[in-house]
Design a protein around this ligand. Structure first.
Ligand code: UD1
Ligand code: UDP
Length: 384
């Protein structure tokens, strides 16, 4: 298989790198990379935001004190995949035509990731893919993210694989070894930095959760969860709380109206459930650190829970982060009400089983907090 391999980029003047982000998780995981590239002084770093997310992105950029050099502001209410794909492709293409960077960095598997990479590819600008090589090996789950990450890897020149498994996935597709580095996941860099700051939640709705009150943290937003699966997940939370009357639940709702309408319909009447807007990153990290159990279909939350040695019930049928499951922090439970309830009640009722998860979790398969430095080292050597 032929991959676009460029080796070194020879140039005059400062090394110009465009870092392209669009959604909340891309901003969280690229923030340490942006900071590290800027800190070194050898790169001219341009932060290009597609604005696939608006307020959820701003929340992260404000927290990490990152300013966008360009903001395309593409987000619309209930935007379609066609709309995001085409508007990001056109918008990023125009920016790249005027910036002509030496390299473009994209992250992960969103539509911003894929479309921005495609815009760079069309201009023969080399692409560095951060969080490369994740695979569920099922194009329908997560949808459309599995396609986005495969297609982005196919047209990249540098692959920053978070784990050895991700590197093996790339090798299986004929990618590397040249250009592939195992860096760890930059979410660990972001988390380590934030954990030190996240000592008290600032969000007023969380005031009742401080002082050791036990609570469950739930997040769900994936397209595959929309509709019936999300109904079953919400019903499971109601049932878990019915069986554990000392517990409350914190449910920061994604801004997606499709997700919010289901969650509010089922969970808004229960006084023990706190429904709120997306939390700022330090408040969410505080919640991860202090909750009794995490239920989530999020990709990033699986990694963060593992880094914090917290059990997470993964509300999906397959995961592209099997390291969390092998490690023992992640339990793949799908979206059936009975299965979620049984697993949650087993862990909440059996403190020994719960503690065994934390005990088993030594080290961290997702990294050591130095991923951004490794990525910067590679770019530094590759762009002369
Ligand atoms: C997107 C990504 C998904 C990623 C997730 C992270 C795609 C196709 N999906 O899903 O891979 O896991 O982000 O959260 O790339 N909205 C707001 N304000 C915001 C953000 C979203 O109101 O700040 C609403 C808008 O109505 C928007 C809708 O949410 O149209 C959906 O946003 P979109 O980015 O299309 O999908 P997500 O479900 O957020
Ligand atoms: N997150 C946050 N506030 C919230 C919920 C999540 O800051 O209210 C963070 C979380 O810590 C993780 C990231 O958002 O780093 C995950 O984003 P999301 O679940 O939207 O996307 P995914 O990781 O599934 O692509």
């Amino acid at each position: 298989m032929i991959v676009m391999s460029i080796g070194r980029v020879d140039r005059e003047g400062p090394k110009t790198v465009c870092v392209i982000i669009g959604t909340r998780p891309e901003a969280i995981k690229m923030a340490p990379v942006i900071k590290e590239l800027k800190r070194r002084g050898e790169f001219s770093v341009r932060v290009i935001s597609t604005g696939q997310h608006s307020d959820m992105l701003k929340q992260v950029l404000d927290f990490f004190s990152i300013e966008e050099d360009v903001s395309l502001g593409v987000m619309r209410s209930k935007q379609s995949l066609d709309y995001i794909t085409s508007s990001v492709l056109l918008g990023v293409g125009e920016v790249l035509d005027s910036d002509r960077p030496d390299a473009v960095l994209v992250h992960g598997d969103t539509t911003t990731t894929f479309s921005a990479a495609l815009a760079a590819f069309y201009r023969r600008i080399p692409i560095g893919h951060v969080e490369a090589g994740l695979r569920s090996n099922d194009l329908t789950r997560p949808f459309p993210e599995e396609m986005n990450r495969i297609a982005t890897d196919r047209i990249s020149s540098w692959w920053f694989a978070p784990t050895e498994l991700a590197r093996a996935n790339l090798a299986h597709e004929g990618i590397g070894p040249e250009g592939v580095s195992v860096t760890g996941n930059t979410v660990v860099d972001a988390l380590q930095w934030t954990k030190e700051i996240a000592v008290e939640p600032s969000e007023p709705c969380m005031s009742g959760l401080t002082g050791g009150a036990p609570f469950i943290l739930l997040t769900a937003h994936r397209r595959e969860s929309w509709g019936e699966p999300l109904v079953r997940i919400c019903n499971a939370l109601v049932e878990i709380l019915r069986r554990h009357d000392s517990y409350r639940a914190l449910v920061p709702m994604h801004k997606n109206p499709v997700v919010r309408s289901t969650i509010t319909r089922i969970l808004s009447e229960d006084p023990r459930i706190i429904l709120c807007d997306p939390l700022n990153y330090p408040d969410f990290v505080w919640a991860l650190n202090n909750c009794g159990l995490i239920l989530s279909d999020s990709g990033g939350v699986q990694e963060e829970a593992t880094a914090l040695r917290k059990p997470v019930l993964i509300l999906r049928d397959v995961t592209e982060r099997p390291e969390a499951v092998e490690y023992g922090s992640g339990i793949l439970v799908g979206s059936e009400t009975g299965r979620i309830t049984d697993e949650a009640c087993r862990l909440l009722g059996d403190r020994a089983a719960y503690a065994a998860i934390a005990d088993r979790c030594a080290g961290n398969p997702f990294g050591d907090g130095k991923s951004s430095a490794r990525i910067a080292d590679v770019l530094s050597a590759a762009i002369e």
